[in-house]
Write a protein that binds this ligand. Structure first.
Ligand code: GBH
Length: 446
């Protein structure tokens, strides 16, 4: 379907951006008294990251931002520099790099972490909240719980199928809720900002659209990925009913004294409603089919669904990222319906390059164009309240377990060059044009 060109524009106050994360760009892993994080430990062990690479230096943004930066002043400087360039910061308090000292006390599986996180969040609100008005507490609790505590593919590298991930996820929600309440009670009246958490979600469709089993499996997949964190915060205050009932029944059958999915306890700070907008990280789509029930302990068995790629979807960068632009429009509508039409920021979306570098990355340009046209349709044709879009990522960076082998940047970074030279990709120039035109009008006309 073609869209009227006038409609391929975004609201006049639409927020355009590009995202990064501390561990992925900064380096400075032991600068100025910084203790190790769980990602430092994880990478320094062997056999976990592509070619045993690590983020010790990464893009060295810690030093390249300006040579003489110090600790908290580094972030003060970053925030002040951004504001001076008329760029509004949206700050994520936690993007995967838990201090190792907290991991040593049990990390996200330790109930006490919620208070510690709350104290850290309050410190940030107090220190930076005069200038930062958009906050995210946690980035992708799903990824931290599932890849970090079920699969062991991300730090802290725990492989404990079916148990640890639910506990880690639960404490992340408890930590998030506390920080939201602290902001609301102590800082919001004066600072007048907004706070949420970034949730990642694929779009999912039944493998066989005519199969009721596949349709049900697709609903379970969305409940176990999107709903796991969206339902407590945006929908009901509890995990999706299907998660609860399935995990309860299976836990009993497996001989656990209690369900592996924790309860939100009376007297704890309320979780429902602890987000002032919806922050969505989205990359790709899946086709889902039902699988036969299995008693094997683990998230997969709890979910009883298999997610696959559609062979017609192009995969030209990293293997998990099938390009399905319409999936984002569908997902935006799903969020609108499921979560009561919230204001939505797309806080991450992007496309990766692997193998030989191509600065003339027309595939990525095409990805951004096709995806943003779908966002336009969601805004104008479907009435989804999308407030902003941040490309992942500003710079090629340390792509977690893929090390430096997967490049998501709008800027190429030459990691073999001592100065870590930045060069804009074609897609960076094209994205800049879209921002300047606030959509797909030529900047000459505007
Ligand atoms: C985001 O996670 C992260 O927030 C960001 O730091 C990261 O750089 C960006 O995506 C790009 O990956 O290899 O088949 O096991 C998005 C969720 C989680 C999707 C890990 C890919 C690996 C799939 N990502 N997942 S697989």
């Amino acid at each position: 379907m073609s869209v009227d060109i006038r409609e391929n524009l975004f609201p006049s106050d639409f927020a355009w951006g590009a995202a990064t994360a501390a561990y992925q760009v900064e380096g400075g892993w032991k600068a100025h008294g910084k203790g190790p994080s769980i990602w430092d430990t994880f990478c320094h062990g062997k056999g976990r990251v592509f070619e045993d690479q690590n983020g010790d230096v990464a893009c060295n943004s810690y030093e390249l931002w300006e040579e003489d930066l110090r600790c908290v002043n580094y972030y003060n400087k970053v925030i002040n520099d951004l504001l001076a360039c008329n760029i509004t910061p949206m700050v994520t308090l936690y993007h995967f790099d838990l201090p190792q000292a907290l991991q040593d006390r049990g990390g996200w599986k330790w109930a006490g972490i919620a208070e510690v996180f709350d104290g850290y969040a309050a410190f940030c609100f107090r220190t930076f909240g005069d200038r930062v008005k958009l906050w995210l507490t946690l980035n992708e609790p799903y990824v931290c719980a599932k890849l970090g505590h079920e699969d062991g593919l991300f730090a802290p590298g725990v492989r404990d199928p079916g148990v640890s991930l639910y506990l880690a996820g639960h404490n992340m929600l408890r930590a998030h809720a506390r920080a939201w309440h602290s902001y609301s009670a102590l800082f919001r009246p004066e600072q007048k900002g907004l706070i949420s958490l970034a949730l990642n979600s694929d779009w999912a469709e039944p493998q066989d659209p005519s199969s009721p089993q596949d349709a049900a499996a697709t609903e379970r997949y969305m409940a176990f990925t999107f709903g796991w964190f969206a339902s407590p915060v945006f929908m009901t205050g509890d995990y999706p009913a299907t998660m609860r009932s399935r995990i309860e029944a299976r836990s009993a059958g497996q001989g656990f004294p209690a369900a592996r999915l924790p309860e939100f306890e009376e007297g704890e700070p309320r979780v429902l409603g602890t987000a002032d907008f919806f922050a969505l990280n989205h990359y790709t789509s899946r086709r889902v089919r039902a699988v036969s029930p299995s008693q094997t302990l683990g998230f997969k068995g709890d979910q009883e669904a298999e997610a696959e790629m559609d062979p017609s979807w192009p995969v030209c960068g990293t293997p998990w990222l099938a390009v399905v632009p319409y999936g984002l429009r569908k997902l935006l509508n799903y969020i609108k319906d499921a979560c009561g039409n919230p204001a939505i920021y797309i806080t991450e979306n992007g496309f990766a390059q692997t193998g030989p570098v191509d600065l003339n990355d027309s595939q990525r340009s095409g990805f951004y164009r096709d995806t943003l046209l779908e966002v336009c349709k969601a805004i104008h044709e479907d009435g989804v309240d999308v407030r902003g879009y941040f490309a992942w990522s500003l710079l090629d960076n340390f792509e977690w377990a893929d090390g430096f082998s997967v490049r998501f940047g709008l800027f190429h970074v030459d990691f073999t060059h001592p100065e870590l030279t930045r060069t804009m990709y074609l897609s960076g120039r094209e994205y800049a044009k879209i921002i300047m035109g606030n959509g797909f009008q030529s900047t000459a006309q505007s």
